[in-house]
Design a protein around this ligand. Structure first.
Ligand SMILES: Cc1ncc(COP(=O)(O)O)c(C=O)c1O
Length: 403
């Protein structure tokens, strides 16, 4: 068997289930789940209609490369949103459809790592668990970039020793970040690319939350934009991962894209032909409709902005939190141990939140998720408000010493 399998950690939600298994929440209170990052807003009906109208296309094997019209729609969406005027993303060579960013992030690690070469994959910590699992199963060693409040929850790339960069083959970035909501500014993306040039590695930016920025006047930038500003309009060493899951509230469609360096995309296409996860044609055709429209994306984003507008003031007396820059999470400090906090909150207020330490690894002498919980504002607004009110009461009633 692949020895990496034995090194995989339990998924955070398995650990959460075990943590809460014996707890008895108050039956009088409706359970509100704020633990999972699954969008719950209504998906755009025109996308669902497009899907329904194309079901007869299930009679055909789809091509891994996807329909040309799909790649054109995806490239155009990225150009509209991220690229300076005149910079093109060639739909023939620089874009591929993927069945959601999860499988694509996992697959890219398998495609780029030379197992047994001592390769490192650098990744944010806390971070999306697939990065670590992908690295382990590819035979690489994860290198954890701890995200700390003092550094704006952005990886401190300057603090990484040169010896680490020399072994690094892939740097994974996530912006806006899960779970912190931090956005990586263009300067930091550019600095990452400079390191990639100097030490010969690839930068893969997980930008699946990129359309959910929480200040309407500050859209989150893309690694592609940083590359273009540095004159790297071939997007050499860059790959970005985008998804309709959060942008269009379509997590079940399993539709996303990877874009960037044509030479990497070509090799990744070869990998994917064997990997065998071409996107079904009805999904491709529905995805064209979704990528071609930005109005539903703004409407979706505004729903999240409204949640933060309403929830943060409600929590403020007990839990003053800064508004994150993007995504739909609060990365909240806990009085005391985060797992104990999550369990007590479930037992007393029937709220489910994810302990931060379950999303992070012990690295460089600390677990940077310890003492935090991730609160996911995905339920409908009234439920988010009810949850915020219960959380506030819970915190205000906690022993003062614990606050
Ligand atoms: C940081 C991050 N990346 C990737 C994904 C996967 O999203 P999808 O496969 O639906 O595109 C998620 C899902 O929650 C996520 O939080």
């Amino acid at each position: 068997m692949n020895p990496g399998l034995a090194r995989l950690q339990a998924y955070p939600f398995e650990r959460l289930r075990a943590l809460l298994a014996a707890a008895r929440p108050p039956a009088a209170l409706e359970a509100i789940s704020l633990s999972i990052g699954e969008p719950r807003h209504d998906p755009p009906s025109f996308v669902l209609d497009a899907l329904a109208q194309q079901l007869h296309r299930l009679d055909t094997y789809p091509a891994t490369r996807g329909l040309p019209e799909l790649r054109v729609a995806m490239a155009a969406a990225l150009e509209r949103r991220y690229l300076p005027a005149g910079v093109r993303l060639d739909p023939e060579r620089m874009v591929l459809p993927v069945c959601g960013t999860r499988e694509a992030l996992f697959a890219i690690i398998q495609a780029v790592i030379d197992a047994g070469s001592g390769a490192l994959v650098a990744m944010p910590n806390p971070g999306y668990q697939i990065y670590e699992g992908g690295a382990l199963l590819a035979g690489a060693e994860p290198y954890y970039l701890n995200l700390r409040a003092g550094h704006g929850y952005r990886p401190d790339l300057d603090a990484v020793p040169a010896a680490v960069w020399r072994r690094c083959r892939l740097l994974l970035l996530c912006s806006p970040g899960n779970p912190t909501g931090a956005v990586l500014p263009l300067e930091q993306l550019r600095a990452a690319l400079e390191l990639a040039e100097r030490y010969d590695f690839i930068v893969a930016a997980d930008e699946c939350y990129a359309d959910l920025y929480l200040d309407e006047s500050r859209p989150s930038p893309s690694l592609l934009h940083a590359a273009a500003l540095a004159g790297n309009t071939d997007f050499r060493r860059c790959l970005v991962f985008h998804s309709l899951s959060k942008r269009s509230s379509l997590p079940g469609l399993r539709s996303g894209l990877v874009a960037g360096d044509a030479a990497l995309i070509e090799r990744f296409l070869l990998y994917r032909t064997y990997h065998g996860c071409a996107m079904p044609l009805p999904t491709q055709l529905a995805s064209i409709a979704a990528w071609n429209d930005d109005a539903h994306v703004s409407a979706n984003r505004r729903l999240y902005q409204e949640k933060f507008d309403r929830v943060l003031p409600l929590l403020a007396p007990a839990l003053p939190l800064e508004r994150p820059e993007g995504a739909f999470y609060l990365w909240a400090p806990t009085p005391g141990d985060d797992a104990g906090f999550a369990r007590a909150l479930y037992e007393q207020a029937h709220l489910v939140v994810l302990p931060g330490s379950f999303m992070a690894r012990e690295a460089h002498g600390e677990n940077p998720g310890r003492g935090r919980v991730r609160i996911s504002l995905v339920p409908a607004l009234p439920q988010c408000l009810e949850a915020a009110a219960r959380l506030r009461e819970f915190l205000l009633n906690a022993a003062p010493a614990a606050r």
